[in-house]
Design a protein around this ligand. Structure first.
Ligand SMILES: NC(=O)c1ccc[n+]([C@@H]2O[C@H](COP(=O)([O-])OP(=O)(O)OC[C@H]3O[C@@H](n4cnc5c(N)ncnc54)[C@H](OP(=O)(O)O)[C@@H]3O)[C@@H](O)[C@H]2O)c1
Length: 302
């Protein structure tokens, strides 16, 4: 049993756990917060990656601590959050659930196993970390949770259906958590980034290569699209700045949408009639609107 220092959040530096801090938005966030007066504990999936993060922070004169954590593994989560409680004298002030994975591929091609892993990381893992952090936040009477979703949580995208679904579900749970925890002084925010240049889009392209069982509709176009997007979009510092805002604002917003594309596409999608958003998705993804003529299929099969 770890004693809780109930003054911890009110005095001095505030502590924050950033999951998935070894690259992309997580690394940008951990480094930014470490330079902004927070005691940062970044999580990594291996000691090697944790050491690399500590070295990168030290090179910038922004010391931070690390724990090894696989959010998809319940015992790793319990162990890591126990370690965090010891490091912080009873519990962390804030949690940023940033760790996430893509899962691209047609819904016909993505397996149960791949889906379970995606949901473990993007949804169950994030909520498990919340559950492990909340008792001490509640005892202290304050705390912050920032869950990193995606603009695609509100704009379901073909060949990325399970990813959109995981982020849509995270958005729903974050909404409920915000209402459930208000009385405990815990402020909960959702961050919805658009596209930013990280390893994630490369991984989505790899998923498309692996799932493609032989040039099914949409794969070629989507691979080219994801690759082109990754080459043109900005680095993830705006996500880090937004997360910092959610942690430092006296009245953090329920939802922050980050990036020009997300700020444009999320409201456009919400107000578009279905035929229009379907047309855009077919056109952009290269998925045909109509089945080929029956006679043609029979002829091809013959
Ligand atoms: N980049 C975008 O365009 C974009 C857009 C919208 C939303 N997002 C969201 O932003 C968040 C960060 O993504 P990113 O773009 O920065 O991706 P990234 O560069 O691939 O980083 C993902 C981070 O999550 C970690 N991670 C993966 N599986 C994990 C697990 N099982 N347990 C613990 N950590 C794990 C990775 O660790 P390893 O280094 O060990 O793999 C890495 O540190 C994600 O939630 C993502 O869905 C990104």
């Amino acid at each position: 049993m770890v004693a809780v220092d109930t003054s911890a959040g009110r005095q001095g530096r505030r502590s924050v756990v950033v999951t998935g801090a070894t690259g992309g938005a997580g690394a940008a966030t951990a480094l930014r917060l470490a330079g902004g007066g927070f005691d940062v504990i970044g999580t990594a999936r291996s000691q090697e990656k944790a050491d690399a993060l500590v070295a990168a922070a030290a090179a910038r004169g922004r010391p931070l601590k690390t724990v090894v954590l696989d959010v998809a593994d319940p015992s790793s989560c319990a162990e890591a959050m126990g370690e965090v409680a010891r490091m912080t004298g009873g519990g962390v002030w804030a949690v940023v659930n940033n760790a996430g994975v893509p899962q691209a591929g047609s819904l016909e091609d993505v397996s149960d196993e791949q889906t379970r892993h995606l949901l473990e990381v993007n949804l169950l893992g994030a909520m498990r970390i919340c559950r492990l952090a909340l008792p001490q936040m509640r005892l202290r009477g304050e705390g912050r949770i920032v869950n990193v979703s995606s603009g695609l949580g509100r704009v379901p995208w073909p060949l990325g259906g399970w990813y959109s679904a995981s982020k849509h579900a995270l958005s729903a749970l974050t909404h409920c958590l915000r209402v459930e925890m208000a009385h405990a002084g815990v402020r909960v925010s959702l961050v919805e980034p658009g596209a930013f240049a990280t390893a994630m889009l490369d991984r989505a392209v790899d998923d498309l290569v692996a799932a493609d069982r032989g040039g099914a509709a949409g794969y070629d176009r989507s691979r080219a699209l994801f690759g082109a997007v990754n080459a043109r979009v900005p680095t993830p510092e705006p996500i880090a700045r937004t997360i910092e805002k959610a942690l430092t604002s006296p009245r953090p917003r329920a939802r922050y949408t980050v990036g020009f594309d997300a700020r444009l596409l999320v409201p456009l999608h919400a107000m578009s009639p279905l035929w229009l958003s379907d047309w855009v998705k077919h056109t952009v993804s290269g998925l045909p609107r109509k089945a080929p003529a029956r006679a043609g299929v029979v002829k091809e099969l013959a």
